[in-house]
Design a binder for this molecule. Structure first.
Ligand code: RP5
Length: 166
């Protein structure tokens, strides 16, 4: 059973979206990572959504570029949280996909993160935090990961201060 389903609109999105998988793996969260397009394969998108929802998927993450309707199309058909990752490459360098993903009508939100790899990572962290509301062990893993990030900043600060002097 996948707790998190990640769909991207094209295989060409893979490099920008796969960091999402790295974060989910690091936290031990089960996932399905696949390709489906809101426009080119609408029936496939609907089938994945229905099957995964019935199997127990809790959060959907959708990544798309250009017209970027995938997250909205999924949000229209589920009450599970939907996170959207805008992918760059369209006419406006990704701002087109950002606006298409974020501007949903009231009642059908898509929690939109930054575009490409940074957004892909945060989509996974946000999905993890949603799951952690009902999973104390996962919440502890997230806190431990944050502690490691904080230690990394302290180490970097010590290194920079030592190298440049004060
Ligand atoms: C979107 O169109 C995809 O998400 C991708 O970002 C973009 C281009 O897709 P390809 O033409 O590379 O398949 O639907």
């Amino acid at each position: 059973m996948a707790q998190v389903v990640i769909m991207m609109g094209s295989k060409s999105d893979e490099e920008k979206v796969s960091p999402c998988v790295d974060v989910l793996r690091s936290l031990g969260i089960s996932y399905l990572f696949t390709v489906s397009s809101a426009h080119r394969t609408p029936e496939r998108t609907e089938k994945i959504l229905r099957e995964q929802e019935a199997a127990g998927a809790r959060v959907f993450i959708c990544a798309a570029g250009m017209a970027a309707h995938l997250a909205g199309a999924v949000a229209a058909r589920t009450t599970r949280p939907v996170i959207g990752i805008p992918v760059s490459g369209g006419l406006m360098g990704g701002m087109d996909a950002m606006l298409a993903t974020v501007q949903m009508p009231p009642g059908f939100p898509v929690a939109t993160v930054a575009m490409d790899k940074a957004g892909a990572r945060n989509a996974a962290w946000l999905a993890a935090q949603i799951l952690a509301v009902a999973d104390p062990a996962l919440d502890e893993k997230i806190r431990a990961a944050r502690a490691r990030m904080q230690a990394g900043v302290e180490e970097a600060a010590a290194e920079i201060e030592a190298r440049y002097g004060c």
